[in-house]
Design a protein around this ligand. Structure first.
Ligand SMILES: NC(=O)c1ccc[n+]([C@@H]2O[C@H](COP(=O)([O-])OP(=O)(O)OC[C@H]3O[C@@H](n4cnc5c(N)ncnc54)[C@H](OP(=O)(O)O)[C@@H]3O)[C@@H](O)[C@H]2O)c1
Length: 226
C-alpha cells in the first residue's frame, strides 16, 4: 500500500519510518522538499521517497502530521481535490501552544473537525494516543502498547488496522469517529501523568482485559450492571 505523509516533524518522520519498515511505499512530503530528501536519505529505507506535499497527495492513503493550531484545517481544505474519496489517517490532538489544553471545545474532536470540513474524505483517527518517543522504543519490558483506531467508515478503519501489520503496536478498533473526543483527551492525561512520574514523553496506554465466563469461580468482579 502507498501512504503519503505531510510534514517532517516528530510524528511525520517516525510514521514514515514505521510504515516503510513494515513494507509499505511511503512518500514523505514537506513544505521544504529538500528537508524531506535529507531525512529520507538518513533513514535509508528502500521504500521511502521524499517530495513536496503534492507528491505525498498522490498516494491513496494520506496522513497529515501537522498541528491544527498551525492551520491544518485550512491547509487540508486547499488540498480537497487531491483528498476527495481517499482515506485520511488523522493523528491530530488539538493542543494549544503550551500543551495545557485543547483549542477545540469538548463537544468535538480534531477528527470530527476534519470530517466536517472535508465530507468527501474517509477520515480514520489513529496514533493519537502514541507520544513521539514511543516510536523510538515501542517495547515496554516485553509489552507492546495500543493504537486506538476510530472511524465512521468501517471499511476504511479495518484497512488502517491492517496497515499496521508488522509494526510494533497492537491496534484496537475503538469505534466511531466521535470517540476521538475521548482518545484525543487521553493525551492530556497521559502527558500530565508522564510528567508527574517522570516518563514523559515515553508512555502509552494498553487496555488490559480477558475473556470472562459468568459463574467462573476465580473471578471476583461481577458482570457489568446495565
Ligand atoms: N508529538 C506527539 O507526540 C504527537 C502524538 C500524537 C499525535 N500528534 C499529532 O501529530 C501532529 C504533528 O505533531 P508533531 O509533534 O509531529 O509536530 P511538529 O514536530 O511540530 O511537526 C509538524 C510539522 O508540520 C509541518 N507544518 C505545516 N505547516 C506548518 C506550519 N504553519 N507551522 C509549523 N509546521 C507546519 C512541518 O513540516 P514541513 O515543514 O516538513 O512541512 C512540521 O515539521 C499534530 O497534529 C499532533 O497533534 C503528535
Amino acid at each position: 500500500m502507498k501512504i503519503g505523509i505531510l510534514g517532517t516533524g516528530r510524528m511525520g518522520v517516525r510514521l514514515a519510518a514505521l510504515y516503510s519498515a513494515a513494507g509499505h511505499e511511503v512518500v514523505l512530503g514537506s513544505r521544504d522538499p529538500a528537508r524531506a530528501g535529507g531525512i529520507a536519505e538518513k533513514l535509508a529505507h528502500p521504500r521511502l521517497k521524499a517530495g513536496a506535499y503534492q507528491d505525498a497527495l498522490d498516494a491513496p492513503i494520506v496522513l497529515p502530521a501537522i498541528f491544527i493550531r498551525d492551520g491544518l484545517l485550512d491547509q487540508l481544505e486547499e488540498m480537497r481535490e487531491s483528498l476527495d474519496g481517499k482515506i485520511l489517517i488523522d493523528i491530530t490532538n488539538p493542543f494549544n501552544d503550551d500543551y495545557s489544553d485543547f483549542i477545540t471545545p469538548w463537544t468535538t474532536s480534531g477528527a470530527e473537525q476534519i470530517a466536517e470540513r472535508l465530507p468527501g474524505v474517509r477520515v480514520v483517527g489513529a496514533f493519537k494516543n502514541v507520544w513521539w518517543e514511543v516510536f523510538d522504543a515501542p517495547d515496554f519490558d516485553g509489552t507492546l502498547s495500543d493504537v486506538f483506531v476510530v472511524s465512521d467508515d468501517e471499511e476504511a478503519k479495518q484497512q488502517v488496522i491492517r496497515l499496521g501489520e508488522g509494526t510494533p503496536f497492537r491496534y484496537l478498533d475503538a469505534g466511531r469517529l466521535s470517540n476521538a473526543r475521548t482518545v484525543e483527551r487521553m493525551t492530556l492525561l497521559s502527558g500530565e501523568l508522564g510528567a508527574r512520574y517522570d516518563f514523559f514523553p515515553r508512555m502509552n496506554y494498553k487496555l488490559l482485559g480477558e475473556q470472562w465466563t459468568p459463574g467462573q469461580a476465580d473471578h471476583t468482579i461481577g458482570p457489568l450492571i446495565a
